[in-house]
Design a binder for this molecule. Sequence first.
Ligand code: BGO
Length: 259
Amino acid sequence: MSKGKNLRIALAGNPNSGKTTLFNALTGSNQFVGNWPGVTVERKTGKYRKNKEVEIIDLPGIYSLSPYTLEEVVARNYLLEENPEVILNIVDGTNLERNLYLTTQLKEIGIPVVIAVNMADILRKNDDKINIKQLEQEFGCPIVEISALKGEGIDEVATKAIEVAQKGNVNTPELYTPDIEVILNDFHNKYLNNIPESQKRWYAVKLLERDEEVLKNLDLTDQELDEIEAKIMDLETELDDDTESIITDQRYNYISKIL
Ligand code: BGO
């Protein structure tokens, strides 16, 4: 870690995934509470107990990175604008399918991800086993099983997150069908010149979903916006559904195939 510069771990996960329990276990009493700029959503940060140069930022609990709730907008703006070195994505291991939906979005935002599969104690009690090695291969990032409640695996996952942050490698699974990948590549190459390379995939998906926040902020010309809309309409006619639903469905298909 370079001297003088803190390494930031952004903690992201669904409500009830155990995010607060993990945050408390990682930071102990080294916590600072305030609000996110301009909104009354609580912002908690803390220093990692075992390394005070590591800052942990507790993002609001969210199910998705869509632009529909204040919490979602706060979380994604933080990730896009502040570019923390790594995302630690906590998922509830007893509810993987639902929790991994957010993971598919976090994997697109251009920041390295480490996944903590929480509730290991409950999984053990239920005799449920998760094939962590295979999940790691599918998602292309380290995954550690933890019990935030019992303190199991939490330093292991923090160490992994620090390691991944220092390497800085990002990889994004190409989880959509070829017709979608083609249009994403087109958007990636034509309309996102001012966007950092690592974030282009995210913005391409958001353009395809007609994400209003993104459309507002991308500085596209009217002609470009018309072109994009025409391409989206063509695809929607061909696939007989709106692109936002198509993307959502394909994310869930990808997850259920893996599981
Ligand atoms: C209650 N194992 C088990 N068994 N439970 C866990 C674990 C784990 O590894 N991690 C978290 N929990 P939050 P968000 C509760 O509060 O951290 C539990 O929203 C209760 N409370 O203890 O709050 C954790 O920040 C009464 O449970 O999640 C908490 O992400 C009865 O999961 C819940 C039973 O954790 C959510 C549980 C009064």
